[in-house]
Design a protein around this ligand. Sequence first.
Ligand SMILES: CC(C)(C)OC(=O)NCc1c[nH]c2nc(N)[nH]c(=O)c12
Ligand SMILES: [Zn+2]
Length: 368
Amino acid sequence: MFRYELIGTDGGARRGVFHTPRGPVRTPGFMPVGTLGTVKGLTIDQVAATGADMILGNTYHLRLRPGHETVAALGGLHKMCGWDGPILTDSGGFQVFSLGAINKVTEHAATFRSHIDGAKIELTPEHSIEIQQALGSDVAMVLDHVIALPAPMTQVEDALARSIRWAARCRVAADREDQALFAIVQGGLDRTLRQQCATELAAMSFEGYAVGGLSVGEPPEDMYTTTGFTTPHLPVDKPRYLMGVGTPRDLLENIARGIDLFDCVMPTRNGRNALAFTDEGPLKLRNAVHKLDTRPLMEDCPCLACRHSRGYLRHLFVAGEMLGPILLSHHNLMYYGRLMQATRDAIEAGEFEAFKNAKLAGWGHEPF
Ligand SMILES: CC(C)(C)OC(=O)NCc1c[nH]c2nc(N)[nH]c(=O)c12
Ligand SMILES: [Zn+2]
């Protein structure tokens, strides 16, 4: 049902394919975020046109609205959204700790109040799996205890140990052959904790391994170092997924350290806010400098925005037209999708290092 095929490597970078019942996921690959069953502002066909093989949904959000039973009644997440490719759902671990009015975490569950109607919800590892099975995603994530960094080492260790126990409970509860289960490595920025956690989870059998608890605002170099000493302790024959990451630079630096999959709201959220990703670095399109610029964002980009001038895109944002966020979201996802395609080609050609350095030079120092 699920198999990761390693096609080749170039230094620490891996070229592979993650085979799923709903089709192959080419790696390195980027997953557009479709939190509430929609990649905000784009039709599912426009998302497919960006080259995405797998999209992400969120257990926490869909559990609150419209509810996992409603999604199931509408035929499941694929049918409801009209996406027949692979879907990965996050377990709620991150969202509960970053969105939910968290009351308490016990060994049994993370209990929180809905940010929509204040309803009290008890998210146990078993309930998270139950929701993901009702949504019918192809890849489910274990429920992890995510804590904001920086945090005292005792807290990091306590959350890590609970995350491992919860991962074991998710493994027991997950009984759908057609749904893969990915584990999540936590441990802050600590080498020993990260390696211990990776080793322990690798000894349990999961179809893939995520690195969580990063992209937290720590300096990018600390994230890269942490990824670098974590991935060597993960199975070679399973995909590695760095959650919630990141900028174009983050993607290439982490691919160089053995990461295969990414998800991030950056391209879509920044697209809605008039920031365009290009090979010369990000452009803020509300800036008056673009007012009379007849050039597209990028000459060779096949997206819906690049049929127009920068001046027109600026006008749409200044006028508050809904087309602005739609066009720029499409461009940014196309940019990430084409960056991943070019990366896969560079790894196959054994030219990844030179490719990465050329991209970094073009981007300059992003203000992220
Ligand atoms: C900012 C803090 C440190 C809270 O977490 C992260 O940025 N962590 C990255 C992240 C994104 N999505 C996730 N989903 C889950 N289940 N667990 C995670 O750690 C993450
Ligand atoms: Zn474009």
